[in-house]
Design a protein around this ligand. Structure first.
Ligand code: ADP
Ligand code: MG
Length: 223
């Protein structure tokens, strides 16, 4: 059963002078327990498709279904808080919060109990290879690879079952990139989450369960 489905979804950016049809009649399904890659040239519509899947934008035609419900019908802030987390190339950590506070943040939003939250934050940070000595550091005091792993730990703490990652290794060297991909694959396969990675790295794509290729806003499966 697909947890997330695109049904003939299209999206057009409307500017004063022109319309850009960034995503065109895309249909695809994503299951829990699997890791997917979306590949394609720059400008092919990958980020726009991810924004649709994350409920950051609504399709101008067609629909995105989460658990059978259209994103046009659900509260998308709640959807992102509780179900679908987005991970970005530039980590998007809160710069004035420490690593630990960043991971505690979604738990605070959920009004989780403090001691249990601290314990969960530690567990998730340790699970992505961040040891206790780095908990009190601010993002600027961590390497890119460490920042991305803290961002993943924050997603884990939030408990989201869908992880949408836009070029998550784009700013990382090969070793750190491999570590991040390894973690994302593990989340799909061992923790039954649905992980979708946008990447132009075909080596990363080849490690996933299914690859979608985007070209001019359209999707082609299994390259
Ligand atoms: N805010 C925007 N306004 C107008 N056009 C946009 C905007 N964002 C992206 N586009 C255009 O939409 C197309 C797809 O962009 P994008 O989804 O970012 O592709 P990718 O992530 O594959 O590089 C491109 O032609 C891009 O120029
Ligand atoms: Mg992009």
């Amino acid at each position: 059963m697909d947890i997330l489905t695109a049904k003939n979804a299209s999206f057009a950016y409307q500017n004063k002078s022109q319309t850009v049809r960034a995503v065109r009649e895309v249909s695809c399904g994503f299951e829990l327990g699997k890791c997917y890659a979306i590949v394609g040239k720059s400008g092919s519509g990958k980020t726009t498709l991810l924004s649709l899947l994350a409920g950051l934008e609504l399709p101008t035609e067609g629909e995105i279904l989460f658990d059978g419900k259209s994103t046009a019908q659900i509260d998308c802030d709640e959807y992102r808080r509780d179900h679908a987390a987005v991970i970005y190339q530039n980590y998007n950590l809160f710069p004035l919060l420490t690593a630990e506070e960043n991971v505690l943040y979604p738990l605070k939003l959920k009004k989780a109990e403090r001691a249990a939250s601290k314990e969960a934050a530690k567990r998730h940070l340790n699970a992505v290879g961040i040891d206790d000595s780095k908990f009190k550091r601010f993002p600027s005091q961590l390497s890119g690879g460490e920042q991305q792993r803290v961002a993943i730990a924050r997603t884990l703490a939030a408990g989201n079952r869908i992880i949408l990652a836009d070029e998550p290794t784009g700013n990382l060297d090969i070793t750190n990139g491999e570590q991040v991909v390894e973690i994302l694959l593990r989340l799909a396969h061992e923790e039954n989450r649905c992980v979708i990675i946008v990447t132009h790295d075909l080596e990363i794509a080849s490690q996933t369960d299914e690859v979608f290729m985007m070209r001019d806003g359209m999707l082609e499966q299994d390259i």
